[in-house]
Design a binder for this molecule. Sequence first.
Ligand code: CU
Length: 136
Amino acid sequence: MLKSITKLIAVFALSCFIFACGGGEDKGVYFVNINDGDTLTSPFKVEMGVTGMEVEPAGAVNEGKGHHHLIIDGSWLEVGEVVPADEKNIHYGGGQTITDDITLEPGTHTLTLQFADGFHASYGEEMSKTITVTVE
Ligand SMILES: [Cu+2]
């Protein structure tokens, strides 16, 4: 009897590990140091976080890996769409997760984090995060 209860607990613990506790598809990007609705002063620092994928420098496409992009007053990009490179679409192709030199005109702006592969092709909405901030 005791043995079968132990077995039952073991099975329960294992299924919990596989299906819920450890195996969930928890993927995404997030702003580490800025919250939606924050008021900022230029130049400001942005710390970029990712879960479920790994940061690596641009150059080659590797499954489950990529780099951060900061899109200013824009939107996330569809899966496979290449992130433009200009002053509103900033690539962190060196594998950076922090920048401290973002300067914006005073007013309301959106900041979008977009994770993309080694050829800068977007991983889509799932791997993006948009917040609205006020710059003084
Ligand atoms: Cu890029």
